[in-house]
Design a protein around this ligand. Structure first.
Ligand code: PMP
Length: 390
């Protein structure tokens, strides 16, 4: 308990965060998303965006947003179930269903809201939801909001999950497809088999796999050759590889209709701007047809991993554009991030509570908009970091 006024209490908490090197500060970006940005008036080479395919500032996507605004105006005006559901939203849902090979898809305003909506619609008091312990915060928060019992299984451990399931029933199992802070893939074939055996829903949050993995960017289930039967609920976001904003859930007709009837974060919120849907349609078409973006990204990841190994850096098992460098303490992650920034390179330090205590890290992300020379510049700066091997 902190004594004094409520505001003094807040200030004391903030001072404690600062002392523990856990205080988070926003950086003001002064240029469009892309590797070459401007922060605090200085040019930087950035490795922290989720714009994996380099579409956020693609001229055709920008033009689609502009002509979408000319046609639709800016705001959607209402929730989808009132009169905010435009023909552009509808076409986007159809395109997302087709891309993911699912009968239907439903747009949500954000990935956070999609996860809240789907889990609270399908699980409730008396149910049990099982989640990977490193799942994204929105999946964990959704289970808490649902009032179901939340059980967290060891990271990427389907056998561990099966052992926990032997002690009771499960309504829903949820996992990131690609783990957002580690970049590794969930063992989807084993999780699919386990959830089927348990008679539970399997929800895969593919925020970081969609657009990047699978045929034409269909995501991590497709990467493993899994379809609707194995992964009945696929959640994807639009603000990462597709470079725009928003999210969706794809699945069966009955699932989507159920979400429309009962997902509160779908029903009680304003639909995203229709022009955004028009821009996303363009981004999806580019992402699907331009395989070279995924191929180039993959070559950049290989180049980075080879170079980092030569430097003796400790890499994780990630095959994706998310390549974390573990620092351990928050202070060290912050010192590394600051040293890189002095060299003109922007990489965010990720600290608790976003990651478990003692696993603070640099979260390096690559984009198809990076060049091989950009990767070399990063490696050169990393080679000069203080006490990397300590
Ligand atoms: N799931 C995962 C795995 C994420 O990384 C994120 C975004 N960081 C979200 C969900 C939330 O998506 P949105 O940003 O669209 O709310």
């Amino acid at each position: 308990m902190t004594s004094g006024t409520p505001d003094q209490g807040l200030r004391a908490n903030l001072a404690r965060l600062e002392a523990q090197q856990l205080y988070r500060r926003r950086r003001i970006q002064e240029a469009p998303q892309g590797p070459h940005g401007m922060v605090d008036g200085r040019p930087v080479l950035s490795f922290c965006s989720n714009d994996y395919l380099g579409l956020a500032a693609h001229p055709k996507v920008v033009a689609a947003l502009q002509s979408g605004a000319d046609h639709w105006g800016v705001g959607s005006g209402a929730a989808h179930l009132v009169n905010g559901h435009s023909a552009a939203h509808h076409r986007l849902e159809e395109a997302l269903a087709e891309l993911t090979g699912r009968p239907r898809a439903l747009l949500f305003s954000t990935g956070y809201m999609a996860n809240l909506g789907v889990i609270t619609a399908l699980a409730g008091r008396g149910d049990t939801v099982f989640e990977d312990r490193l799942n994204h915060a929105s999946l964990l928060d959704a289970a808490l909001l649902s009032r179901a019992r939340l059980k967290r299984y060891p990271h990427a451990d389907a056998a561990g999950l099966a052992r926990m399931l032997a002690e009771g029933s499960a309504q829903l199992i949820a996992t990131d497809g690609v783990f957002s802070m580690d970049g590794d893939l969930a063992p989807l074939p084993a999780l699919a088999a386990t959830s089927r055996e348990a008679g539970a829903w399997l929800l895969v949050d593919d925020a970081h796999g969609l657009g990047v993995l699978g045929r034409g960017g269909r995501g991590s289930p497709d990467h493993f050759g899994l379809g609707l039967d194995e992964v009945p609920i696929l959640m994807g976001t639009l603000g990462k590889a597709f470079g725009t904003f928003g999210a969706f859930v794809a699945g069966s007709e009955a699932l989507i209709e159920t979400l429309i009837q009962s997902a509160r974060s779908y029903i009680y919120t304003t639909a995203t701007p229709p022009a955004l849907a028009a821009a996303t349609l363009e981004a999806i078409a580019i992402a699907e047809r331009e395989d070279w973006r995924r191929e180039h990204l993959s070559a950049l990841i290989t180049r980075f991993r080879e170079g980092a190994t030569q430097l003796g850096l400790a890499l994780t098992a990630s095959p994706t554009p998310i390549q974390p460098l573990l620092a351990g303490s928050a202070a060290r992650a912050l010192a590394w991030s600051q040293a890189l920034e002095r060299a003109g390179i922007l990489v965010t330090a990720i600290r608790p509570p976003t990651v478990p205590s003692g696993t603070a890290r640099l979260r390096i992300t690559f984009s198809a908009a990076h060049s091989q020379a950009d990767v070399d510049q990063l490696l050169d700066a990393l080679s000069r970091l203080p006490a990397l091997d300590a």
